[in-house]
Design a protein around this ligand. Structure first.
Ligand code: HAM
Length: 418
């Protein structure tokens, strides 16, 4: 038997209802905050991700699904959505009418990481991006939206971690202080970190190898190297979070795994997913639109790991599962023909109806109705056809009413929707 690919998964009925509910709640929140949906391809030119996420990141170095198409052009299954949304924003000149644009996107992403709980090779993100606003208040709004969404989805045990990565003005000073420190612990670092130390030292802070993490405990903090604008900017973020009563922790190690960030970065972390503590991450990327060929327009955003969110939400799929409104237990050919006609007509008016097509016994049909959780069962056999009425049983109260076969669909509608 052919099995699915390692690190990929099916989301089956019984689980998918929770995904639908999460999607519904997220869409409502985006709508309330003025975000518009954007849909973009799942493949892009490899160059787009290299230039935006950064050549020295784990994603670009090790995790992308990249292959030549038939003409030899290198294409990549998107490992995240931000780069593509920026590409679309520039390509369609979405800034021309109004540079301020807010987008959200739901969809699959692909990273060839080592699969484990909460980490998949095809996973889903709920992504949000805001273009054209310099004020750090929109970063705060994004964090507020995340915390609100997690609250509405009954996610326990989460905390918002925030940090700032400075700007092109203050980061070089920090980088050289960090490089000096990294030189002194070089013998304790993994080979990736030694290589990244010279090219992109911030990436070293993001290394997941335990020995590297230990060696980096005394690393300098960007918070001590901020220029006055970045310091004020970060203070405004904190003040505004305080005002909105959003709890947070300042996490100076939060450098994020992508190169495009500057200033505010944040993650929503959870204690319930083992090693995969980040359920959502994001931050400001003021330089990326220009870097990818557009005008100098600031931007900020986040992405939630949908799979992780579904795993830790306190909501249960069964709370959102649609059960049949009515099961028609039909016995004999004539009854079945009639039941089929009714079930089609009931379906068309939004009354979900199931029936049995194989002429099973009444007992086994009743069992199936019970298993499906049907709210009502209508019994239709030769006797009922002769008498011109059929019993409709409320499965919860066990009450039974007799309905005329003539005009049955209308009668069922009246009974179910008084
Ligand atoms: P990211 O931190 O790489 O950021 O991913 C965001 C979230 O996606 C993570 O916090 C995690 O929940 C989920 N995630 C990442 N990799 C996996 C995986 N292999 N399996 C399951 N879940 C995963 C970004 O992608 C940025 N584009 C976020 C952003 C948007 N920044 C600005 N705008």
């Amino acid at each position: 038997m052919i099995q699915l690919i390692r690190g990929f998964k099916d989301i089956l009925p019984g689980e998918v209802e929770l995904w639908q509910e999460i999607e519904r709640v997220a869409r409502q929140l985006f709508d309330d905050f003025g975000f518009k949906e954007i849909r973009i391809p799942i493949m892009e030119r490899t160059e787009l991700f290299k230039r935006s996420i950064g050549e020295d990141t784990d994603i670009v170095e090790k995790e992308m699904y990249t292959f030549p198409d038939r003409k030899g052009d290198l294409i990549t299954l998107r490992p995240e959505a931000t780069a593509s949304i920026v590409r679309a924003y520039i390509q369609h000149k979405l800034f021309a009418k109004d540079p301020v644009q807010k987008f959200f996107l739901l969809g699959p992403m692909f990273r060839r990481e080592r699969p484990q709980k909460g980490r998949y090779r095809q996973f889903y993100q709920i992504d949000a991006e805001i273009f054209g606003v310099t004020s750090p208040l929109v970063d705060v709004q994004l964090i507020l939206m995340l915390v609100t969404l997690f609250d509405r989805l009954q996610v326990p045990d989460i905390s918002a971690h925030i940090n700032t990565l400075g700007c092109p003005k203050c980061r070089p000073g920090f980088k050289s202080a960090l490089q000096d420190m990294l030189m002194s612990v070089s013998d304790k670092l993994c080979s990736d970190c030694v290589r990244r130390r010279d090219r992109n030292p911030l990436r070293v802070l993001d290394c997941k190898v335990p020995a590297c993490r230990e060696a980096l405990e005394g690393a300098p903090s960007l918070l001590d190297h901020l220029c006055s604008e970045c310091r004020d900017d970060f203070a405004e973020v904190r003040n505004s979070l305080d005002k909105l009563k959003v709890p947070y922790v300042i996490d100076k190690h939060l450098v994020r795994g992508l190169d495009y960030y500057a200033r505010t970065t944040f993650e929503i972390q959870t204690g319930s997913l083992g090693a995969q503590s980040a359920v959502a991450g994001g931050g400001r990327y003021d330089g990326l639109v220009k870097e990818l060929g557009g005008p100098q327009i600031p931007a900020t955003g986040f992405a939630i790991g949908f799979d992780r969110l579904a795993e830790i939400s306190g909501l249960k799929p069964s709370d959102f599962e649609r059960k049949p409104d009515i099961f028609v237990a039909a016995l004999g050919e004539k009854s079945q023909t009639l039941a089929f006609e009714w079930s089609c007509r009931l379906g068309l008016i939004g009354i979900s109806t199931e029936m049995d097509f194989s002429d099973k016994s009444l007992k086994s049909q009743m069992k199936r109705a019970d298993r499906l959780g049907a709210a009502y069962v209508l019994i239709l056999g030769d006797k009922e056809l002769e008498e011109g009425t059929a019993p409709l049983r409320n499965m919860a109260t066990k009450e039974q009413v007799s309905l005329p076969i003539d005009g049955m669909v209308d009668k069922i509608e009246e009974t179910l929707r008084p």
